[in-house]
Design a protein around this ligand. Sequence first.
Ligand code: 9WN
Length: 420
Amino acid sequence: MGASLKRAAHDILIGNDLGGYTVPTKGLYPYQWNWDSVFVALGFATFDLDRAWRELETLFEGQWTDGMVPHILFRKNDPGYFPGPSVWQTSHEPFPTSGHSQPPVAAIAVRDMFEKAPADENAERAKGLFPKLMAFHRWWATYRDPSGEGSVAIIHPWESGRDNLPDWDEPLSLVDVSRIDAYERKDTTHVDASMRPLKQDYDRYMAILQSGRAVGWDPHKVVENSPFLVADPAITMILLRANRDLLALAERLGFQRERVEIQGWIAQLERGVASLWNETVQAYTTKNLRSGVFGAGVSSAAFLAPFAGISDPKVLDPMRNHFDRIAGKVTYMVPSYDPDYEGFEHMRYWRGPVWAVVNYMIARGLREQGDTLRAERVRQDTANLVAKSGFAEYFSPIDGTGAGGRSFSWTAAVWLAWVS
Ligand code: 9WN
């Protein structure tokens, strides 16, 4: 069973490889996605380190001159996905991209891959990427902390990578959709509509996209003009973790001058995370920077605190209580949203389903903090989900049904890098 799953995971990565870059799955997502590529690199790194570096290098070919690494790289047009390059209208060369980013996991993988074999070839590849990672992290620090609190703000739910999280409902309800262009979705031609965001969500996604397009994707104006500006605990914690790894890389690779700047970013994010502590919920939640309203419930982001290196018992004790309460409600950890909350839907995308990549980060943080029991529960549940339903995009936490796209790259990659 283990050996055949391993072969299947290899075959998925190789089958979704379009020549130096990998699509998340054929049909539904026919382009290169930002955080997908990073997890894919970790999967490739288990059997072909050169190919793993290539995945990250091609991802950074999409980097903008201001440092931003977009969430989608449109290397060749594919009418099977909406919204494509003609809708985004960005000006990146030599190929178009989307206009905002996605969770900055890249530095975490670069450090992992370097540490696997820190010999000449790996050191060279890591050194080649280091200045690009610096520019990317500087972009987040410069443009995405408009509140000055140190948390990371996103301008679009797609930027979070957790597109229809219940916590986006309140900020999205304030988005005016009266002037959106006519459009036709493609996602629901590939997978069942009951597993995808609603039309109401897509209307709002389009209104936000148009607000960025209207200001030519200028990084300052995008933030000023977006009808959606929300601090995201997941990105804040991932960036905090990524900066710690970037600092370690700077030390190992001899980038001495950069260390002080990275230490400044770490201090800024440590403050920022604290600003997202929700007293009522007793967890880190989102915060709408336009209305000041906090997210209403516990999302899987709350369990990323150990991954971010947070060790304060005032935070971790309530987090463990939430973990144990939720673990008693679902068969498979970790649901993307609290099953005790009315917005929970076990099959609808980021409103409940389990995502292998999020589980990987949660379990890694728990293990690093010595919480092997909870870390192992998450790993074992992920293994059981794949054994039951294959390498699906996401899974029901209640009955383990696989949902969304199939032969999914990041599920296969994380299985190779961690579960197997
Ligand atoms: C929009 C590719 C991506 C993931 C996201 C996931 C989904 C896209 C979509 O697929 O989003 O970016 O069209 O639904 O939410 O996390 O990176 O796998």
